[in-house]
Design a binder for this molecule. Sequence first.
Ligand code: NDP
Length: 481
Amino acid sequence: MTKRQQLTTAAGIPVPDNQNSLTAGERGPTLLQDHYLLEKLAHFNRERIPERVVHANAAGALGVFTVTNDITKYTKAKIFSEVGKKTEVLGRFSTVAGEKGSADTVRDVRGFALKFYTEEGNWDMVGNNTPVFFIRDAIKFPDFIQSQKRNPQTNMRSDTMQWDFWSHVPESLHQVTILFSDRGIPKGIPFMNGYGSHTYSFINAANDRFWVKFHFKTRQGIQCMTQEEGDRIAGLDPDYHARHLFEAIKGGDFPKWTLFVQIMPEAEAENYRWNPFDLTKVWPHADYPLIEVGVMEMNKNPENYFAQIEQAAFSPANVVPGISFSPCKMLQARIFAYADAHRYRLGANFERLPVNCPHAAKAANYQRDGQMRFDDNGGASPNYEPNSFGGPVENPAYKEPPLKISGDADHYEQKRGVDDDYIQPGDLFRLMPADEQQRLISNISGSLKKVPEEIQQRMVAHFRKADAAYGDGVAKAICLK
Ligand code: NDP
């Protein structure tokens, strides 16, 4: 038998007994002097960090991204610089509304968050398994999420709150249609697509800007669960998706996704029939076809879930030279909100945790101190800039081309025709085969039938505007006159 290490306190002091606390006599009370017992209980009390308000329940894996097609005419991002190039990647796949430890096989959007450790810093692609979202302006986000979480009085989730919000916000109809379609309950993490969802930008070596959408299409094929299957498995094995991903990777069955992009030249955004920065819309493939970029393979399980997945901090602000933002209002808010959430959850030095550190690139700046600064804190090097004593400096070569923005400051409601929020959900309904349309209607009615009639009426009016058969089908299923 190999010799085992001496057990110690956190300060490295040998522990003589890990089974029996220090007591006054065999039946006597425990002595306050047993500092090892105190430390053990006190640390245990502090094991939990604040749970993410959304995307708390997740599984994760590590892998590699390989370029298969040259897109250097659109972007100078080093990750895409040559065919065959490989970059390490971390993936975290989550449900949105459920708390940590809640059931995996529920009807929900899935988070699809990726951290690419590129040589010019980390690129985080913090997406979902849907190409659109429920709202297009972040000012609605806290209201939206609160309507999907727990009722303030009952502490239970509420169909009424969910449908009430959606019925007042018709821009949500597209995402609601995806959520209640077959894809609302994936069979497993490998069987769903991932989307960047927002419009981002690419910048090439000549400093031309293109608008871009990212699509990670599963190579395992889309596979979904029916509502009944999902409900049954949620009871039998709440960790079903996490277990399936872990076992697949452990067994050498590595899931893969092909990365495609849609590219829009900068000037075309002005006159495109949709607002290309509206997160509730897709760019139809016929207008902007998918261009293959590479393949992502998830091939390694984390050694430690807390260190590598719970402490992973993804932020849409993390873009690398050659990839950048767009005027999408939701993206602009997420650039702020994600890092802010991690500062609250993990502390000011969250980017220094091993899982969040860049790999080849090294962080070099004048940030110092803060809670839990556990490296050398910059040592004796200067902590201000400009200075006469050395340290990192900016490089104007990384400046982006100017982006023309103008307009009067105001609170604008997007109005581009009365049917603007209904065409794309209708298109989705019409492309579904008849049996999938029926399951969509049945999934919706299973939940919508529980809510007050006033809300049902508003929702059915929205479904009818998308497609008469959609609205009529739901009305019939919930017996609405
Ligand atoms: P296309 O016929 O070119 O593409 C239809 C897309 O719909 C395919 O990407 C398909 O994914 C996807 N799809 C099929 N069933 C579902 C579902 N239940 N939930 C979500 N996506 C589904 O059409 P368009 O590009 O003109 O778009 C038409 C509609 O398709 C859109 O209004 C939108 O709702 C939906 N869609 C469009 C996407 C886009 O980026 N253009 C992306 C995803 C959906 P797959 O090929 O993997 O089966």
